[in-house]
Write a protein that binds this ligand. Structure first.
Ligand code: TXA
Ligand code: MG
Length: 310
């Protein structure tokens, strides 16, 4: 059910969960200081309790009491990229329940850019935790309607329109002499390295974040990532949904075809919607044309890789 801004704030104050818009994907928000709200949040999502959640703040000032230290590199990243699609892992203060970090010493913090959610955080005067507003393991929602469909209208949703970025935030651990890129996002490693003057290790070089499962963001049907040639060979297949990029159709027996944008930012913005529509099409398999290589496509490859992992 859709709620207004003041209703969203009131519900959060009462310890309820509310889906809120961000520029990346919708989050399922709960008061970060309430133990009962955290329990409700994990129950609603069906998420294992050891998976950490990100603390969402209005700005760097609201973040300060929740971390014990803001190293100069983190300071530089906040100044340059907040509010925006960047999550920083910093040492948590005693105000952060260990339940939020899955018992780890670092807490993920981010200041989302969506105006409605900034207003919610300012009025609330304290942070919320917000994992993506999908059931555990499923595709992140990028519109209010995705949430209504996923939870059958049971969740309070603050509708901020379609998400601008469409993929989850870049997650970075700030270490004394280097950065670790734990989840790729729209904001790429070279921009982060440039802003701090520090080298950055990429996911191939580090373990990734806890809770970042190999199979994730997944539709119910199997997803195959195919080259143009492979997709052309699959031309006659029936009962498939196709997300094509450059391969010329037609696919006479497909139940659903979506032409994806050739520009990475536009592709990212509609990817989750495209996967959800393909899933809903009644197909028994989703064939996705492999996007091009290159830095702008890194996060897209990451998510498609997880959507197709079994
Ligand atoms: O763009 C985003 O980050 C979205 C919007 C709603 O802000 N949120 C989001 O949250 O993607 P979630 O919970 O779906 O994914 C957060 C990821 C998880 O893989 C989790 O393991 C990791 O961040 N994470 C959060 N806190 C962490 C921590 N303290 N240490 C390590 N990893 C952490
Ligand atoms: Mg998620």
């Amino acid at each position: 059910m859709l709620v207004t801004l003041s209703q969203a704030v009131a519900l959060l104050e009462q310890g309820q969960v509310v889906a809120i818009p961000t520029e990346t994907v919708y989050g399922l928000a709960a008061d970060a200081r309430s133990d009962d709200a955290l329990t409700l949040l994990y129950q609603t999502k069906g998420r294992p309790s050891e998976h950490p959640v990100i603390l969402h703040v209005a700005d760097a000032e609201m973040c300060r009491p929740y971390v014990t230290e803001v190293p100069p590199a983190a300071q530089a990243l906040m100044e340059q990229f907040w509010p925006g699609p960047l999550t920083l892992l910093l040492p948590r203060s005693s105000l952060v329940s260990p339940r939020i970090t899955g018992g780890r010493p670092l807490v993920g913090v981010r200041a989302p850019a969506a105006p409605l959610t900034r207003e919610v955080l300012q009025r609330l005067g304290r942070p919320v935790v917000a994992p993506s507003a999908n059931r555990f393991g499923r595709i992140s929602p990028t519109t209010a309607r995705h949430i209504e469909e996923e939870f059958g209208g049971q969740i309070a949703v603050l509708d901020g329109g379609a998400c601008q970025v469409g993929l989850e935030s870049t997650i970075v651990e700030v270490q004394p002499h280097r950065l670790l890129l734990l989840r790729p996002g729209q904001l790429g490693p070279s921009e982060l390295s440039q802003a701090t003057g520090l080298p950055i290790l990429t996911p191939q070089q580090v373990q990734g974040v806890p809770g970042a499962l190999k199979s994730h963001y997944a539709p119910r049907q199997p997803v195959d990532l195919l080259s143009v040639e492979q997709l052309m060979q699959a031309r006659e297949r029936s009962a498939v949904a196709i997300l094509s990029l450059r391969a010329p159709g037609p696919w006479p027996n497909a139940v659903h075809v979506r032409q994806m944008p050739e520009e990475a930012e536009s592709y990212a913005r509609c990817l989750y919607d495209a996967l959800r529509q393909a899933e809903a099409s009644g197909c028994d398999r989703i064939l996705v044309e492999q996007p091009p290589d290159g830095p702008a496509w890194r996060a897209i490859h990451d998510r498609l890789g997880r959507a197709s992992a079994r």
